[in-house]
Design a binder for this molecule. Structure first.
Ligand SMILES: O=C(O)CCC(=O)C(=O)O
Ligand SMILES: [Fe+2]
Length: 319
């Protein structure tokens, strides 16, 4: 994308008052979904309507490195949100070509756009604010029936050139008996720690579903266990195949990566954080094709704010 194409929209978005991550009114404005450059809109429309491509990157979103200021070190100084709101709104505008950007009430204060940057205390945890710890590949929010259909990552800076990794389900070549097992509901998926939920027990689920020739995937191996030890060998075969087909993408400032969260898994390579205000910094959005499916989880009638504890199974919540 030519940066010139999006510059007037970005300029207009810069003049918006601070909305503090509550973007409902903005998402409801008709101009939101008509304003984005045509070629990008076509690509997103193709992702939604044809389910192809499964992963796409839109390049050339102008990032003013000085104006966005320092990469935050933690959540204590919220001014970074004001400095980057126009970029968040732009990402939300792109998301409207795919569906609706939504928030989880227990993640990042219920904000629609998440910040991804390294936090010292999390360096070796399995969370997106880690650094030396690899984020093992996963489907985003795999534990939840209302997980996003798409994940969008907008890169503000990435001096470490840490790669985002992803693998497409269509690339997997697995023996029939492995596919059969993965299509059978016999795997328990617990929530990842970013949701701060303790689920004692979950219903066993299938990891692949839908059309056998072009399956959908749902799983986060780090928080996954089979109902029967015998299935570990099946999981290992699947894991190797995902590793074999894994691609690396080093996002550069102004790159917007869009991943189909039903047809691809993703993760992130480890990197060395410096905590010097210049570290890697991304904005992340979860996008749903259809918010009606999640009505039982809407928080106080807000269709774009989901209660992640509203699961089919019984959830025990850590306060
Ligand atoms: O940092 C990245 O490139 C991706 C991290 C990730 O998996 C996420 O934020 O959902
Ligand atoms: Fe992720």
């Amino acid at each position: 994308m030519d940066p010139e194409e999006v510059a007037p929209l970005l300029e207009e978005l810069r003049s918006r008052p601070f909305l503090n991550g509550r973007y409902d009114a903005f998402q409801d404005e008709p101009s939101t979904w008509t304003a984005i450059p045509e070629r990008a809109a076509r690509c997103l429309e193709s992702m939604r309507r044809r389910e192809h491509p499964v992963a796409a990157v839109i390049r050339g979103i102008p990032i003013d490195d000085e104006a966005i200021g320092a990469t935050p070190l933690d959540w204590s100084d919220p001014t970074f949100r004001q400095r980057t709101q126009h970029l968040e709104l732009l990402a939300v505008a792109f998301a409207t070509s795919l569906g609706e950007a939504f928030a989880w009430d227990r993640q990042q204060d219920g904000r629609v756009v998440h910040d991804v940057f390294p936090i010292k205390e999390h360096a070796d945890q399995q969370i997106n604010s880690a650094s030396t710890m690899r984020i093992t590949w996963h489907v985003e929010d795999a534990f939840h029936p209302h997980r996003p259909d798409y994940v969008m990552l907008l890169c503000l800076r990435n001096p470490q050139r840490a790669a985002t990794t992803f693998s497409l389900a269509d690339d997997w070549d697995l023996p029939d008996h492995v596919v059969d097992e993965l299509f059978t509901p016999q795997f328990r998926q617990l929530p990842d720690i970013s949701h701060s939920i303790d689920v004692a027990e979950t219903e066993p689920r299938a990891l692949l579903f839908g059309d056998r020739r072009h399956p959908y995937v749902c799983g986060d191996p780090y928080y996954l266990s089979p109902v029967d030890e015998r299935l570990q060998a099946v999981l290992n075969q699947w894991y190797s195949e995902v590793e074999r087909t894994m691609r690396d993408m080093v996002l550069c400032p102004g790159d917007l990566l869009i991943l189909d969260n039903y047809r691809a898994v993703h993760g992130r390579a480890p990197f060395e954080a410096l905590y010097d205000g210049r570290d890697r910094w991304l904005k992340r959005l979860c996008v749903s094709r259809d918010l009606r499916r999640s009505a039982a989880a809407w928080v106080q009638g807000n269709r774009r704010l989901l209660d992640s504890t509203a699961l089919a199974s019984t959830a025990v919540v850590n306060a």
